[in-house]
Design a protein around this ligand. Sequence first.
Ligand SMILES: O=C(O)CCC(=O)C(=O)O
Length: 335
Amino acid sequence: MKTEEDNFMKAFKYYKMIKQQPSIKNVLYVENNISNQIRELPLPSYEKNDNRHSILGLKPLGKWRTYNFKNHPGLVLIRNPFTNLGQRYWIRKCLEEYPRSPNKKNIDIEMRLDDWWRACHASKEIQSKQMKKLRWTTLGYHHNWDTKLYNDDHRTPFPEDLAELSDVVANYLGFTSFRAEAAIVNYYYMKSTLSAHTDHSEVNLEAPLLSFSFGQSAIFLIGGPTKTTAPSAVLLQSGDVMVMSKEARLCYHAVPKIIPCNNATWNEELSTVTECLPNMKYVCDSQKLQARLNLNIDNKEWSDFNNYIKESRINVNVRQVLNENQTSLSSALIT
Ligand SMILES: O=C(O)CCC(=O)C(=O)O
């Protein structure tokens, strides 16, 4: 006999179906706002703009559209605040740079590939065996999948561009003391799923979790603090930023299905960035950042990344691990 315990799993199994495609009529997105469950939020008055936006591949903050969910207090969706060139930049970073050692990735136990992307493009054999095996890479404090604990000895520098991006998004939503200290980059292929879980390993569970989606779309399930709550299904599209804060921070969530996107916005009209900022919070060399962003306007440069993302989804999940006045897990709290 099925119990209430099954409510989350029931929805997960339904949306995971392969033989018969699940209906998406109950999946929430801005154009399918069933029973007015999604509400647009006014632009925060305290942060109308942030001059770092263009060099990070973001639209001006005044153009961002932000929503919350009637049934999920603390859950916020920023609907694709990225420029098309910005999406290319972040997709490329997630493929070319973030999986490099010393960052950790799931395939490390099977084969030592310090530079997975380069190795896959230098050898057809490695490409055929390893390209679609990459499921995650971790940054900053590396998530330990067995113990679910972070460790000071298992920490490498957090990418400064991703720290800067997270800072802009967190500030925009009023989380002004947020620090990006750990990230999981999830790589999904068309049949990949992510099972129901909560993210509770961080010492600081007050800080929000920022989740960036790129490439193909996903059905994202978000429920309550136990699996008895029937989840809502939300469509996540390329560029979307989902923020789990307050009551939503410790709720069960999962990805039962990847679905082809309607339009590859990262291949639509692109324009280069001309501004360069001398002073950013984390990025030391903004000229380099600008050059790396603009490089992707060239379709030849972009072609290998395009081949990957046309049948994949990437999710970057950024967390603060420590409390505000902590510098490491072992450091005593400064009073
Ligand atoms: O891919 C997603 O949208 C969610 C990823 C996630 O839940 C996680 O990394 O904890």
